[in-house]
Design a protein around this ligand. Structure first.
Ligand code: G6P
Length: 765
């Protein structure tokens, strides 16, 4: 059957219901009234004719004697005797007298015109010996004729008297009545038409149209929840249509949920899926990761080694990937007790309680660490790449340590690679020279570097005295990854300005000494809290209750911040915004608290040390201004917190605050979203964090704008539950679908997409 609509050729079919119904009723009623009017006019006409009959008889009776006398006279005398009595007046046209043989002996002058007609009527009357009344039309006249027999005393007819009346007036009266009735009928029909159309439109068409529109919206999914019950028809159908709509919604929701689940499964990367993918990518080779920071650190507490998972996005992202894929992670063994926990080659299996890959620790002397890590990497490159108005410091001795340390990391990596094929994931700004060192020794290795922090524009970068060396080091990699396209653009621009290399802007590649590096964005992410075996249910609730009691949070509504204590994180700006919030909205005192977990970081650098002190002083000052006996506006909790604690605070808070002054991505933003399983949370997020590109449903703020920031906190507290849920649901979908497994899968797929030279044979080694 064709799906095309069949057009009804009847034009009435296309009129709105109200007009069709109005026309139908008006025509029926109009016909009825017309029929009644016609009957009435006819009845009156008959009455008029009867009246006319009576008049004619009266005249005939009055004239019986003169006519009988005249009939006895010869014709001429008879005419004279009757004289003017034969002529009519007003409606009476005149009289005529006939003998018994039908011969006309006298007639009024107006009657002569109808002689033929009258002759026939009189003949008929004489023949039947009866009076005859007749109406006739002749030319443009219409007449009423009474032929009355004049009888002798014995009864036989002596002659006939004909009385003729003009019916034109009677006709005019009847026509007048018809016109009058017609007008009334027209008026009534029209009024009826208007009345029926208007009421049908108001009670029927409009209701149906609105109901139909509502049902269309239900079908397309934009309908208001309830049908438009203010309309009479809708009111009658409300229950049924409401139920119908509800079941439609339910069916659609089920379908959507099912479709989403299918899509979700297809779109979601899991640990297992990544593991299978990596096997394909590695093609028998091994996976190596190299970074400065190690994923598991052994500190010394009370003379005993204590395991710490260091804070920072790199570890958050890469550890689950390595746990999924296995391999070796080469990193600086910076914990005081690290050396105690490894084998002779500096290796140990991690995570210690459920080993999944190998950690290879690289040892650096205190001077090396000072020059390479604290000096060049964190006093030079870190502020160089973060536009947070902190002046970078470049010392030649630091640079030398940096080169030497990078070589050490490269050597350890080559050692781990052995002579077989391997894919190496070099991590971050502390390792910029490692790709080149690796490639110089082993061009067959697939080397990718991921730059976890922003890449600034060329003007900012060119102040680094060893900028060109850094670029050449990075360009040793086959694949160079940044979080954002903007960072890729800045990188290519910088290469363009600072070194002689061939740039291909179409394919985002750089060719240096015959080696091509691809430059691509890979926004990094997190794994779900489930995969991290975070607490749930009662255990989680108990932990939250415990923290609330310990930190005297009582029933206050909570915002949380989780950061390394770093000047790029905008912590001072955050505290100032909270202070401004309480100035503007004092009614929130005792109602709202910011819990700031701050992990001390790089504390051998004076700027970092001072920053902790500055923040503590600032938090104290703000608390002093606003605190009450049983409440403080800011809880600044400085320390290294484990994953379970961080998760509990993220779950406890209804607002997550990330206010970086500049940040490559910021994974705390995504961790907060991932923790909000109940969708009851609002993320306040700096526009200068890479995460803001992926999470536009956060309340985006400029952390330097204290007024706007304070207002965003208020907006977050004030946001309707429905809006919160909708925003959070969208953010959660984004984070779930673009998790860290997908990040790693994409990076590895791109890195291994291009075939590399074969590994060296035993002879060439
Ligand atoms: C940032 C850097 C990482 C670093 C982390 C922690 O996320 O991109 O490379 O590991 O901060 O800093 P830290 O100096 O303690 O390793």
């Amino acid at each position: 059957m064709s799906g095309e609509a069949v057009m009804n050729p009847n034009p009435l079919f296309h009129l709105p219901n109200s007009i069709r119904m109005g026309l139908l009723i008006a025509v029926l009623v109009g016909l009825l009234i017309t029929a009644l009017a016609w009957i009435q006019v006819e009845r009156e006409r008959r009455a008029d004719l009867e009246e006319m009959d009576r008049r004619a008889y009266v005249i005939a009776h009055q004239m019986v004697y003169p006519v009988r006398a005249a009939l006895q006279l010869p014709d001429k005398e008879a005419v004279v005797a009757l004289g003017p009595a034969l002529d009519g007046y007003r409606r009476l046209t005149g009289l005529a007298v006939y003998q018994s043989d039908g011969h006309l002996i006298a007639a009024g002058k107006n009657v002569i015109d109808f002689a033929d007609i009258l002759q026939k009527i009189v003949a008929q009357s004489l023949k039947t010996s009866k009076d005859i009344i007749n109406t006739s039309r002749a030319a443009d006249a219409h007449i009423h004729v009474l032929a009355s027999l004049i009888r002798a005393p014995e009864g036989q007819p002596e002659g006939a008297l004909v009385v003729v009346h003009d019916l034109v007036q009677l006709d005019e009266r009847a026509n007048g009545r018809l016109v009058q009735f017609g007008l009334w009928i027209g008026l009534i029909t029209l009024s009826l038409l208007v009345l029926v159309v208007a009421s049908t439109w108001a009670f029927y068409d409009r209701s149906l149209d609105r109901l139909a529109e509502w049902m269309r919206q239900v079908r397309t999914g934009d309908a208001a929840k309830a049908p438009p019950v203010e309309l009479p028809i809708a009111r009658r159908l409300a229950n049924e249509s409401d139920r119908l709509a509800a079941s439609l919604r339910g069916a659609r929701l089920a379908q959507q949920t099912q479709a989403r689940a299918v899509m979700h499964a297809a779109n979601t990367w899991t640990r297992d899926r990544l593991r299978a993918h990596v096997v394909d990518c590695l093609r028998g080779g091994q996976l190596l990761a190299v970074s400065n920071r190690e994923p598991y650190m052994h500190a010394l507490r009370d003379g005993k080694p204590r395991l710490i998972v260091p804070a920072g996005g790199l570890i958050t992202a890469l550890d689950p990937v390595m746990q999924a894929c296995g391999g070796v992670w080469i990193a600086h063994g910076s914990g005081q007790a690290d050396w105690r926990m490894v084998d002779a080659k500096g290796r140990l299996a991690v995570p210690p309680d459920d080993p999944a890959y190998t950690l290879r620790r690289v040892w650096l002397s205190r001077e090396e660490e000072q020059g390479y890590y604290y000096g060049f990497a964190n006093e030079g490159l870190w502020p160089l790449c973060h536009l947070a108005h902190e002046r970078p410091l470049f010392r030649a001795s630091d640079w030398e340590h940096y080169v030497r340390a990078n070589r050490r990391f490269a050597e350890a990596t080559l050692e781990e690679a052995g002579s077989g094929p391997a894919v190496v994931l070099v991590q971050d700004y502390q390792m910029a020279l490692v790709p080149r060192f690796l490639k110089e020794a082993r061009p067959d290795l697939a080397v990718g570097i991921f730059w976890h922090i922003p890449w600034p524009n060329p003007e900012a970068f060119r102040i680094c005295p060893w900028g060109a060396d850094l670029l050449r080091g990075i360009l040793g990699a086959d694949l160079i990854g940044f979080h954002l396209q903007q960072h890729c653009n800045n990188f290519l621009d910088t290469v363009d300005r600072m070194i002689e290399a061939r740039l291909d802007w179409d394919h985002f590649t750089v060719e240096l000494h015959g080696h091509a590096s691809r430059v691509r964005p890979f926004p990094i992410s997190v794994e779900s809290w489930d995969e991290r075996h975070a607490l749930t249910g009662d255990a989680l609730a108990q932990k939250i209750a415990e923290f609330k009691e310990r930190y005297e949070l009582a029933d206050a509504r909570i915002a949380v911040g989780v950061d390394r204590i770093d000047y790029t994180k905008g912590l001072a700006e955050r505290f100032r915004a909270v202070a401004r919030f309480f100035e503007r909205y004092p009614q929130f005192r005792e109602q709202f608290t910011l819990v700031q977990l701050g992990a001390p970081s790089r504390t051998h650098i004076p700027r970092y040390r001072n920053y902790i002190n500055e923040l503590e002083a600032l938090a104290d000052e703000i608390n002093w201004r606003f605190q009450t006996e049983r409440w403080k506006p800011i809880r600044f909790l400085v320390g290294h917190y484990d994953t379970a604690t961080i998760h509990a605070f993220l779950c406890m808070a209804e607002i997550g605050i990330v206010s970086s002054l500049h940040d490559g991505m910021n994974l705390v933003a995504k961790e907060f979203v991932a923790a909000k399983t109940d969708q009851n949370g609002v993320l306040v997020l700096s526009e200068f964090a890479g995460a803001a590109r992926e999470l536009p449903d956060a309340l985006i703020v400029n952390p330097y704008d204290t007024e706007q920031f304070a207002e965003a906190i208020h907006r977050a507290l004030d946001m309707a539950p429905e809006e919160r849920r909708e925003r959070m649901a969208r953010m959660r979908r984004q984070v779930e679908e673009h998790n860290v497994y997908r990040w790693a899968a994409n990076f590895l797929a791109e890195l291994t997409a291009v075939p590399l030279p074969s590994p060296p044979t035993q002879e060439t080694v």
